[in-house]
Design a protein around this ligand. Structure first.
Ligand SMILES: [Ca+2]
Ligand SMILES: [Ca+2]
Length: 385
């Protein structure tokens, strides 16, 4: 008893006030009523399948095609979306399935608008099951939530907030060093796994059975992969011989620079550097080549350049591989690749597209856990080189 002499019991009124205050703090965490201005989170929408009408805010993470199946590319039609509270979510239990009514299919269907992947949207509809899964049906309003990438900056809302904080305010070698620290230590694929990954990252948005060959632009069956004439294979846009990295897990299996390409065109490109000009390449519209260089079609020139810039910053002599560097000549078999002046011009002339952002997000979310900084921040190119 003596130890409690200095303590006083709180009066009953104070206890009551404390309980009431606690209630006030807890109450707003319950799902908001349908008429509230604040949208529901996806978690709240999943917990509120009571046929009420509500607005739900979430990131587009794919298209549901069955109760436990959400596809992230090769979208079969414009009929449905899966939303989640994080753009990186892959667990269907953390998604709400959204029916896309006819009136909204041309603007919010994934087959027509694959660039919606990773975007944050607000959808108003009825909270009830769709595909035998927590759902949102009979939508009356679809809109982009219009958020920015937070601390991540840039124009892609799916850039994780803070991802590029270490690079802020830096230029030149200091920027390259900061970016290396952000993107190294990534998960790696085996060379065999690259086949299946490319079927996803480079799928033809107009034909789920096909991939698009990078230089030629030709759509070809995913199943036609291999080493024979007429098939597609795994093109190292940074050639294996420029750093002698082969096809063990590392630069030789890094999806940020690997692309599907026709076997014959891949062979024509060989290990040449990139530069403008030469003679036309057979079956590769708007491609040119000469003895020591290759030029692809215009619409992939920027994609190509940004992939090679990633390689130069990602590989700095660690992990048992050579320090890959871009320079301004044609090199043959060295850890160097050119020409940087041409690549900078190509990156500027062919700005980042939504399809390119989608591919970057797929590699980040589904395969490697690292991003291409030059897709998220194309201005870093001129800041380094
Ligand atoms: Ca492009
Ligand atoms: Ca390097």
């Amino acid at each position: 008893m003596t130890r409690m002499l200095g303590m006083r019991r709180p009066p009953l009124a104070v206890l009551a006030l404390t309980l009431f205050t606690s209630f006030l703090l807890v109450a707003p965490l319950r799902p908001a009523p349908a008429s509230a201005a604040t949208p529901l989170t996806v978690a709240q929408a999943i917990a509120t399948q009571d046929s009420s009408v509500a607005t739900v805010r979430g990131y587009v993470v794919g298209q549901p095609t069955a109760t436990s199946t959400v596809v992230t590319s090769g979208f079969p039609n414009d009929y449905a979306l899966a939303l989640a509270d994080s753009p990186g979510t892959t667990a269907t239990s953390q998604m709400v399935y959204v029916q896309v009514p006819t009136a909204f299919r041309s603007t919010f269907g994934l087959r027509t608008n694959p660039s919606l992947m990773g975007k944050q949207v607000d959808v108003t509809g009825t909270l009830s099951a769709y595909f035998s899964h927590p759902g949102l049906k009979d939508g009356t309003s679809f809109a982009l939530a219009g958020t920015s990438g937070g601390g991540g900056g840039g124009t892609d809302p799916s850039i994780p907030p803070g991802y590029y904080d270490a690079a802020t305010g830096r230029t030149g070698a200091a920027l390259a060093t900061a970016l290396h620290g952000i993107i190294d230590g990534n998960q790696t694929l085996s060379y065999t796994q690259v086949w299946e990954a490319l079927k996803v990252t480079d799928a033809d948005p107009a034909n789920a059975n096909n991939v698009i060959e990078f230089y030629s632009g030709r759509s070809i069956a995913k199943s036609s992969n291999g080493g024979s004439v007429g098939q597609w294979n795994r093109e190292h846009t940074w050639p294996q011989s420029h750093g002698d990295f082969g096809t063990t897990a590392g630069p030789g299996t890094d999806l940020h620079h690997l692309r599907p390409e026709d076997v014959t065109i891949n062979s024509t490109r060989g290990n040449k550097d990139f530069d403008n000009g030469g003679s036309a390449v057979t079956n590769c519209t708007d491609c040119f080549t000469d003895a020591d260089s290759f030029e692809p079609r215009d619409s992939v020139k920027g994609d190509l350049a940004r992939g090679l810039m990633y390689m130069a910053v990602r590989y700095e002599g660690g992990d048992g591989f050579a320090d890959l560097e871009l320079n301004n000549t044609t090199n043959g078999s060295t850890p160097y690749l050119g020409k940087i002046s041409v690549l900078l011009a190509w990156s500027a002339a062919d700005p980042v597209s939504t399809a390119e952002r989608t591919r970057n997000n797929l590699i980040y979310n589904s395969y490697q856990g690292n991003r291409n900084p030059f897709v998220d921040h194309p201005e870093y190119a001129e800041a380094i080189w």
